[in-house]
Structure formats: structure tokens, C-alpha cells
Design a protein around this ligand. Sequence first.
Ligand SMILES: Cc1cc2nc3c(=O)[nH]c(=O)nc-3n(C[C@H](O)[C@H](O)[C@H](O)COP(=O)(O)O)c2cc1C
Length: 181
Amino acid sequence: MENFFKLVSKRESCRKFNGRPVNREDLLKCVEAARLAPSACNSQPWKFIIVDDQGLKNELCRAAFSAPYTASWPEKAGAILVVISERGSFTARVGNFVRDTRYYLVDIGIAVEHFILQAAELGLGTCWMGWFNEKGVKQVLGLPAASKVDIIVPVGYAENKEPRKKIRKSITEICAFNKYQ
Ligand SMILES: Cc1cc2nc3c(=O)[nH]c(=O)nc-3n(C[C@H](O)[C@H](O)[C@H](O)COP(=O)(O)O)c2cc1C
């Protein structure tokens, strides 16, 4: 428990990588952590592509972070995780329709955070990224036009720096016992 709390406290978005490659064993360990994530109706509505080929990674970054999505730092990550959302099982989709809740996005969120926490445990920096040129990513990776890429995550070794202070709402702002406030 203590260790888990340390891990979540340690994780922070990394936007400065040192260019060092990440070995596949570590990347696959992160994928394994994601694979074990729970999902609505156990539908596991995800596919992961890890881009660690230097040339392809650069091409992907250029396409993903072209204006107005401009960011140059992801190119220095050792790999880029591309998360493809699948539509989920029939039951999960019925649930989505009835409840108007996109369970597949909840599922993706859990799985990707598993990946990210495992990465943090291995000493790897990551950053959730939802602001990128999806069409460009799909073109570079040859994904079907109808596929959905909601999140990409650069993964790599951070340039040495002090941990940032976490800016968060206080517990009393976000939580109450037995009532809404
Ligand atoms: C769904 C999601 C999308 C995000 N998209 C981006 C993004 O496109 N670019 C970026 O630099 N950071 C992005 N972030 C990172 C957040 O800005 C960051 O998590 C937040 O400011 C808290 O900082 P911390 O991660 O260092 O604790 C995203 C985070 C999440 C969860």
C-alpha cells in the first residue's frame, strides 16, 4: 500500500526526454499491466501500437504534432504508445446507449493509467496526450479511417530534474461523506 501511494505520488507528466531508447521488455511489462485492467463487460476495447522505430517515430511525431497541435518534445521519447479504442462488446455498447456513458473511454483510461504507473515504477517518464492530429497518426500508421485514436503516450527517460509540486484540488473540494457538496 505504502509503495503504491509512493508510486502515484511520483508519477507526473514528463515533457522533457533525453532521447535514450526504451527496451522492449520494459515496454511489454507496461502493456501487460494495461492488459490486466478491468473493463465494462470485460470487453477490453483497446489495441496498442508501440512505435519505437526511430524513423517511424519521427514521422509519427511530425504528423501528430503538426500545427495547431505543435509539440517538439515527444520526438525525444524512446517510444510512442498509440492507443486505439475499439467499440466494446455488444453489452457494453447497450450500456453506453442506455446510460449515455462512454464506457470504452472509462476502460481506456484505466488501462492507460495502468501502463503509465507501471512505466513510472520502471523509472520511465510518460505523458498522456489527447491533443494531437488524429488523422495524421492514422495516415502514418496505416490505420483504417474509421478507427479511433483518443490518446497517445510518449514514453522514455526524463532529463534529470526535480519533481514538480502537484497542483490539485483539496480533498474537501472533491469529496464528502454521505452528501454532495
Ligand atoms: C486525458 C488526458 C489528456 C492529456 N492531454 C495532454 C496533451 O495533449 N498534452 C500535454 O502536454 N499534456 C496532456 N495531459 C497531461 C495533463 O496536462 C497533466 O496530467 C495534468 O496537468 C496534471 O499534471 P501531472 O500529470 O504532471 O500530474 C493530458 C492528461 C490527460 C489525463
